[in-house]
Write a new protein. Structure first.
Length: 247
């Protein structure tokens, strides 16, 4: 059944209003009509089975048949702090981690980032585009929540934010002792997880030391070095397998 997202203010007790680009997709691409049933999500974890009752040029009205909790959301909230990669890589990261159950993606400025976004207007355009990619991936994968793409942070801001999580760590290619598996197996009761992935050139040594000095443990992912666009989805999949809902 086709699934579409709306904001909470578009939902009343009995009806849902769709007035986004999905109007054209529903009526012209999918060729759905009055009486057809669709699934509408409020982006907060609830799904609505709804019947199309009105189709206009710029809006579609649906009557709510049933509201239910989305079964596609994991029991833990995971946030990826991703060092800014090249544009196409960021889009790939958003798509794949959304499919795997990420809750939020925070772009991060680090010393070895190839991409530099210093203009506030450019940053807003990037985030708006990335948010649309997140929504598209959420629709495709049947998510009940659209992952948030947050504003770009510095390393210091990430360190301060890390205190809000039950578990926070940094995969690091120079770590030789503690493994991700060991960490996850010792932390079964967490509800929120955050991790930071370095850029194409990896963490600067000073950055890795700063993370450790602030109580953020580094972990190894094994003997092979993963690309920045691979590492995030690999860590997320491992995390979901050990303490999430992949089984």
């Amino acid at each position: 059944m086709p699934k579409f997202f709306v904001t909470q203010d578009k939902i009343t007790d009995n009806q849902i209003i769709i007035d986004t680009d999905d109007v054209s997709h529903i009526s012209r691409v999918l060729r759905l009509g009055i009486g057809d049933i669709i699934t509408v999500c409020d982006s907060q974890g609830s799904d609505y089975e709804a019947k199309i009752s009105e189709i206009e040029t710029k809006r579609i009205v649906c009557d709510i048949i049933e509201k239910k909790k989305s079964l596609s959301e994991p029991p833990i909230k995971v946030t990826l702090f991703q060092a800014l990669p090249k544009a196409s890589k960021m889009e790939y990261i958003i798509q794949k981690t959304t499919e795997l159950g990420i809750s939020e993606i925070v772009p991060v400025k680090l010393a070895r980032c190839v991409v530099k976004i210093d203009n506030p207007k450019d940053e807003k355009k990037k985030i708006d585009r990335w948010q649309k990619i997140s929504e598209s991936a959420a629709k495709q994968s049947g998510r009940g929540v659209v992952p948030i793409i947050s504003e770009i942070m510095t390393l210091q801001e990430v360190i301060e934010k890390s205190e809000e999580f039950d578990l926070f760590f940094a995969p690091y290619e120079c770590e030789e002792q503690k493994t991700l598996k060991e960490m996850l197996l010792s932390k079964k009761d967490v509800k929120s997880v955050g991790f930071i992935i370095g850029p194409e050139g990896g963490f600067d040594i000073a950055e890795a030391e700063k993370l450790r000095e602030n109580g953020i443990e580094t972990v190894t992912l094994g003997k092979r070095i993963l690309r920045t666009e691979t590492a995030g989805e690999a860590v997320l999949a491992m995390t979901m397998y050990e303490i999430g809902d992949i089984n």
